[in-house]
Write a protein that binds this ligand. Sequence first.
Ligand code: GLA
Length: 738
Amino acid sequence: MKKKTGAGLPQLRPGTLLLSLFIFLHCFFTRAQVTIPVETKNTALVIKTDADGRPGIIYFGKRLSDPSEYQHIPGGFRRGDDYSGILNSAYSPAGSRNLVEPALQLKHSDGNLSLDLLYVTHSQERSPGGITFLKVLLKDSKYPVEVTLYYKVYAEEDVIEQWSEIRNLEAGNISMQKYASANLYLSAENYYLRHYHGDWAKEMNPDEVRLTSGIKVLDSKLGTRANLYQPPTFMVSLDKPATENEGRVLMGSLEWSGNFKMDLEVDPLNNLRIIAGINPFASEYTLKPRESFVTPAFLYTYSEQGKGLASRNLHRWARKHRVPDGEGSRLTLLNNWEATYFDFNEEKLAGLIKDTKKLGVDMFLLDDGWFANKYPRNNDRAGLGDWQENVSKLPSGLGFLVKEARASQVKFGIWVEPEMVSPKSELYEKHPDWVVRQPGRSEHLYRNQLVLDLSNPAVQDFVFGVLDNILTRNPEVAFFKWDCNAVIYNAYSAYQTNQSHFYVEYVRGLYKVLDRMKAKYPKLPMMLCSGGGGRVDYGALKYFTEFWLSDNTDPLERIFMQWEYSYFYPAITHDNHVTDWGKQPIKFRTDVAMMGKLGFDIVVSHLNEKDLKFCQDAVAVYKSLSDVIWHGDLYRLADPFENDFSSLMYVNDNKSRAVMFSYQVSNRYGSGSLSPVKMGGLDPGKKYEVKEINLYPGSRSSWSTPRVFSGEYLMTIGVNPEVNVRRSSVVMEISEVK
Ligand code: GLA
């Protein structure tokens, strides 16, 4: 591991220690300007201190091959005078000369509100995996408050994670009103923000707007299920809206499963300030003497070749560095939620377990409704919190189902929603103080339930215990679907002495439970579900192998939704189930679900012979292609928002195999793919055989007979998948011929 300390200083070795110390002290007292390039393979963010030692971002964009040239960048992004001289601050402090949105705002122990952060030192460590870890230490010029900016740089993937740590070295408490993770500064003629809004079953609706001067805020105040209306992910195109393969674009996401706030401020110099972090709403945070606060990381990647490359950067990073078993495999499954809802018994489930085997998928997933006795979970109005098997539905317990699954040679997974409580439950009766609610005010329910106070360690033990008990009693349980359906109303914790810590401590409590799960069951795959995609973010995806995108499984809707999710999250994390939502034939529904981790939530015994045969064959086809879909690079070829059809493809690492999915998304007369669709990501010098696969039994197409083309042809001219209203979904396999 190499270590470098100080601006442009030689490597810190014992022999050079004294010299380094001398140079450091010299720099400190004379305030020599320090240039700190934060570089990935293709991108550079360059920090430079001004004559007074204030760190500013002087450049963000394409990396220069000679880093020593960054110091020549004239005045950074200063397009005119900004009066304060710190619009480009690398971490904007509040209360001194800064006049714009701060990254850090606090009250000192003496009540003073000012902060002015000056550079002290920086150090950099390189690890063999191409990861660089940079720390920049800043200190207030008057008060003993320190801030460390952290940059974890994944050079190969062109990804940076950035966060900060605020340290109170004062004799008394300080309280922070705002404590962002990151503060970026970009320069372009125009900025186009693509952000998302939604609701239950309507996740990831994009809006793309040109940012005008002032601040555009993306935020959530929902506590849990924080992304119900808006996720912590966005992208900004510079100069003009980026397309799939062209344009400058930054994609960003906060790694935090709670309230977030992103300020996007076009400043008086027409530069873009981005400040991202925990939402300061109702969350003033007190630090006692010698305490520090580490913010969650803000994750970003930048591409000068459009959105496609930026998203592939994030996918590669996620698979390699973030998502558990991101380069491994996933379990295909049959879920019983829509097949039975709450209405099942042992016999019915035993039948479904046999159907799991018949279908050819790996696992049966038992959903909601299996627990609670005093207030049985026969609908969504009771039982949450009482995690004992319901004796009338499951008299022989979960063990019976696990055994049935073993006999059918499939795995067994189970649904839980351990953070929640129904007012009609024994848990609520026993532990009213564990419930998040305002004393003296009436309760307001979401999906008839309330949230448990995970900021309380006793509740953390309980929640961990729910999962641990299931696994201890049934070690063969192979999967959890961890749901979280309610938002937090009437935020109040009977445990916290400082109520404004509650939102932060809730998420920390959740992560503590998940850390315990990960430590004890490191290999257990888990689905992150939140009444759909209400909680997906890269903080949670440290623990979950996959996520449930939406309860809306109408395949037409999913084409659009999966398209947008796919900018940020790789296919291996997308849980897609074939259900009875939508009017499309089973082939269309299955093809759409194949663009991720395939599952089914249908009554297998209701399928006619041909549909069943198609599904069984599709599972086999999917298994043969899953390596390409899960681990390959995604190329979006035809945007459903702009065309009558949608096309995209996954290409494996050595460009020997690919799969292309195309769907009709319009019912208009004569609509469809009328001309060839250019492919992406292949090797121009290789020859490929192209053929249609996953055909419905008895159907044929002009692509049933394979044809051979060069990679160059496929990417320059392309082929027409011939999707139209009668041929509404087409899957093509592209394999190298030697
Ligand atoms: C949520 C989930 C669904 C299902 C139900 C069960 O809505 O998103 O998939 O598990 O809960 O109540």
